[in-house]
Design a protein around this ligand. Structure first.
Ligand SMILES: [Mg+2]
Length: 237
């Protein structure tokens, strides 16, 4: 069955923070009196972030339920883990939280906008599906081409995080086509690829660090791998 919808993950797939997350944390932490180096901040962020994902996974299916408060608590915890020494921890959290709601903190990858346009011109329908929270809305609203996303699936609004089956089943139900007519594209093997495959969707992993484009076909492999969003064109023809 032919793919009718392409659903994109947001962060790391179509947009990325620029400056990097570590640079932003480092800059704002400094404003709140932190003296940690950029490298320390980077390592502490990575460790705190993966810790929250592991905590979710260890809680089984309840770890996959979410809402706006759960997501805010997650980010408050991460900021506190990165900067335990900051006196005004809540102020620092608030500043960082607001910072990442601004379009200026983000940049679309060079291959994002041209790819969305050409896929749309080919008659494919586009959507975005993210574990990032309601802050994704102002970012999508601020990028004209993102108007091509006919639907936005945000885990804190759906009530379930990727990679749960509940999240992906909600996507299938909302798009009103067979699961196999939907292609999920994302940079996380677990959250994007495995989650989508679990409900019968097709999936493509984008790995921008691959030395060569490895265009695994969509039919003879459980999922495809591309190095750039541009490679999606060839994969779908
Ligand atoms: Mg991602």
């Amino acid at each position: 069955m032919e793919v009718q919808w392409i659903v994109f993950d947001a962060v790391g797939t179509v947009i990325n923070p620029e400056p990097s997350v570590a640079q932003a944390y480092h800059m704002i932490g400094k404003q709140f009196g932190s003296e940690r180096t950029l490298e320390e901040v980077r390592l502490r962020f990575m460790s705190a972030f993966s810790e929250t994902e592991q905590q979710d996974a260890s809680r089984g299916s309840t770890g996959m339920t979410t809402n706006a408060d759960v997501e805010e608590t997650r980010w408050r915890y991460i900021v506190a883990e990165v900067f335990p020494e900051v006196e005004d921890g809540e102020g620092c959290f608030r500043r960082l939280h607001d910072y990442f709601a601004e379009l200026t903190a983000w940049r679309a990858f060079d291959d994002t906008l041209p790819t969305l346009h050409s896929l749309s011109e080919r008659g494919l329908r586009l959507a975005i599906a993210s574990n990032f929270d309601h802050r994704l809305h102002p970012i999508c609203d601020g990028i004209a081409t993102f108007g091509l996303f006919e639907k936005r699936f945000i885990s804190s609004e759906l009530g379930f995080r990727k990679p749960s089956m509940q999240f992906y089943q909600a996507v299938v139900d909302a798009l009103k086509v067979d699961a196999e007519q939907i292609l999920m594209v994302g940079d996380s093997l677990k959250n994007d690829v495995e989650g989508a495959l679990s409900v019968g969707m097709k999936a493509v992993l984008i790995d921008r660090k691959l030395p060569h484009a490895d265009k695994t076909g969509l039919s003879d492999s459980p999922f495809g791998v591309v190095r750039s969003l541009t490679d999606l064109q060839g994969l779908l023809s």
